[in-house]
Design a protein around this ligand. Structure first.
Ligand code: FES
Length: 588
């Protein structure tokens, strides 16, 4: 990527006028208009990706982070320059943030290619931003370091600690079941988010923060400090300092994002009971590096990886508790023998060397020891069968144990609009042991694969006290959600996947033990039904058309085909070392 003859600093990536000296002369003239001296302009240029947006409260501390990063860069002799890219927040991204993730990755990649930066600090946080930044940075190939904005503080509602967004769903479920009234739901709405920062549970943001640290693309100890703390600002300053080191050492991102690094990321994802979305994002980032996801190897890794983190929704705690308990380093120490310790990190040292110097463990009740996991293995299980030949997943650590082996009658919803129109109807023909099926919410189908896979419990069942029901879809769900929910059924309905052929009344068998998802309809009948499927309209112009034409399925990361590395090499995860020692507990 880089060699000694590659121009650096202000001399790199000059605009093409056919005269490089003139291009440099012009560039310096313009930037001197901002008051910079030649001394500043001669230093390593550290780009800082500014993702502040008035529509992104998860990034509300970005201005303070930029100040701290700049301080760190200048203390190390670099020249910091911030620049904006798209910023995507979960609740301000119609039709869904996933739709915009690839656009943000393209923005990030092309700005890194275009600008004269010797290294870059990526400030991300809200769910899709860190994946987008790592996808773009991996393709751009420059030295890069990730800094997350950090989690929000928890709030308090009538004496109970609450945080977004597991508790958002908990209270909304109670409201739908008419267990709380209009006054209380309005009151709790103002309590769930205690400050700026990312969701305070094991949602996608927290998971991507943790796996970034595990991959070595973020500093040790950087994943868990909450957004508004002094710890977070000190991490930002240190990140700026280290970015100068990355620039001078020309430690490019391909040396960090290796197959070993991805193995560590998958391992930590499983051990923390992290978001199912992280699997899609890791597949996308790895795909940019030429490492295709091996779903079956991921499932094998899961079977021997215990869930040790007692964090909502699989457990009871919040991100600030995880931080006080020692954070990602403490978690990795528990599974040290299952990690690729030779993987290089952005510090210039290996993961093993960093763990050797990690703070000494102390008694706490958030990160469990190996012999006392909160779930015995496979927080995310991969299911196959005639309903999902290319795979589907279930977060069994956040499911109801009694429903993991289940046979039930399908109740089918054609799309998200059909679901919204009928789910609360008293006339809906549904029983507690039925299986809800929602289709046409896949990557192409919606488009953007919305987090609508967390199908609400039908109101008539919720009123009757039903807390969980088996649900299947070709969409995603938030990492903050819980339930017996099969996701990412692939291929999706919109590209001819068999989930398009299910009819209300069909029987479906789910067996997480056997890793199967089976529609009890003969191949002949399914072939007849396939002939009757009416193709749905697709976007005809703009980014939506590009998206629908080029997006891949979930197991390929939902990236655009033309953005993936065209010459894939090593599948990941590839290393699945020894099985878990010690006794294992049953599903919670
Ligand atoms: Fe931004 Fe949850 S909404 S992390």
């Amino acid at each position: 990527m880089f060699d000694e003859s590659t121009p650096t600093g202000m001399r790199s990536n000059l605009t093409s006028y056919g005269d490089t000296e003139f291009a440099l002369f012009l560039r310096k003239a313009f930037i001197k208009g901002a008051g910079y001296s030649d001394d500043a302009l001669d230093r390593p240029v550290i780009g800082i990706v500014d993702t502040e947006s008035g529509f992104n409260p998860c990034h509300g501390n970005v201005p303070q982070l930029i100040d701290a990063i700049k301080r760190g860069v200048m203390l190390s002799g670099g020249f910091p320059v911030s620049f904006p890219t798209i910023s995507v927040h979960e609740s301000f991204a119609h039709p869904t943030s996933m739709f915009l993730r690839n656009l943000m990755s393209m923005d990030t990649e092309e700005m890194l290619r275009a600008l004269p930066v010797d290294a870059v600090v990526l400030i991300g946080g809200c769910d899709k931003t860190v994946p987008a930044q790592l996808m773009g940075a991996a393709s751009a190939g420059k030295p890069a370091i990730q800094l997350v904005t950090g989690s929000m503080l928890t709030g308090s509602h009538r004496g109970r600690t609450v945080g977004a967004c597991t508790d958002c769903r908990f209270f909304w479920g109670k409201y739908r079941a008419e267990e709380i009234d209009d006054e209380e739901i309005a009151e709790v709405n103002g309590r769930l988010v205690g400050s700026v920062g990312t969701c305070s549970v094991a949602g996608t943001a927290s998971t991507m923060a943790a796996v970034s640290e595990a991959m070595g693309i973020a500093l040790p100890g950087s994943a868990t400090p909450p957004a508004v703390t002094a710890d977070r600002m000190r991490i930002a300053e240190e990140t700026g300092r280290r970015a100068v080191g990355l620039a001078t050492e020309r430690l490019t991102i391909d040396k960090i994002l290796t197959p070993a690094a991805f193995d560590n990321a998958f391992r930590v994802l499983l051990a923390m009971g992290g978001s199912t979305n992280a699997l899609v994002h890791l597949a996308a980032i790895a795909g940019r590096c030429g490492y295709p996801l091996d779903l079956d190897a991921f499932d094998r890794m899961g079977r021997e990886t215990p869930v040790l983190l007692d964090l909502k929704p699989s457990g009871d705690h919040y991100m600030e508790d995880f931080h006080r308990a020692g954070g990602v380093q403490r978690l990795m120490l528990e599974i040290r023998d299952q990690l690729e310790l030779d993987a290089l990190t952005v510090t210039g040292r290996t993961l093993g060397e960093e763990l050797d110097d990690a703070p000494a463990p102390f008694p706490q009740d958030v990160i469990r020891p190996r012999e006392d996991p909160i779930h015995s293995g496979g927080s995310i299980a991969v299911l196959r069968g005639n309903l999902a030949p290319a795979g589907s997943i279930i977060k069994q650590s956040a499911a109801t144990a009694a429903l993991l082996e289940h046979r039930g009658r399908a109740v089918v919803f054609e799309d998200a609009e059909d679901l919204a129109a009928r789910i609360d109807s008293d006339d809906l023909d549904v029983e507690a042991d039925d299986i809800l099926v929602l289709r046409n919410i896949g990557p192409v189908g919606y488009p953007g694969m919305p987090e609508a896979g967390y199908i609400p419990i039908p109101r008539k069942l919720a009123r009757a006290g039903v807390k969980d029901i088996v649900r299947i879809s070709d969409g995603r769900m938030s990492g903050t959600a819980a339930g017996t929910i099969v996701l990412h059924a692939s291929p999706e309905a919109a590209v001819g996947g068999p989930i398009a052929l299910v009819r209300t009344g069909d029987m479906i068998t789910l067996s997480v033990n056997d890793r199967t998802l089976r529609l009890e309809v003969s191949d002949d009948v399914l072939a007849t039904r396939a002939d009757e499927v009416v193709e749905r309209p697709k976007p005809r112009r703009g980014y939506a058309k590009l998206y629908a034409d080029e997006v891949t399925q979930a197991e390929e990361g939902c990236d655009f085909r033309f953005l993936q590395d065209p010459d894939p090499t090593t599948p990941v995860p590839g290393h699945v070392p020894g099985a878990v020692a010690g006794p294992v507990a049953g599903a919670n």
